[in-house]
Design a protein around this ligand. Sequence first.
Ligand SMILES: [Zn+2]
Length: 79
Amino acid sequence: MTTIALLASLTILGYALCYLAVCAASPWARCRRCHGRRYHRMAIGTRRDCRRCDGTGIRVRIGRRLLDYIRAEYRGGHQ
Ligand SMILES: [Zn+2]
């Protein structure tokens, strides 16, 4: 039982590290709201800029924000 629990937690930790590595390498992801199209189709011939990404079509990954936060905290504490 203990071995299984240990393996499971190691796997989760591995996935988390991979995710953070991806976030560090490429902080931008496609906006989920507009799927990177930058706008929403309202009616025929009508477009409205996506509010979630301000019409950029990309968003910052949550993990990257976490990394930036940790980095800022680290810098703040070591000056
Ligand atoms: Zn968007």
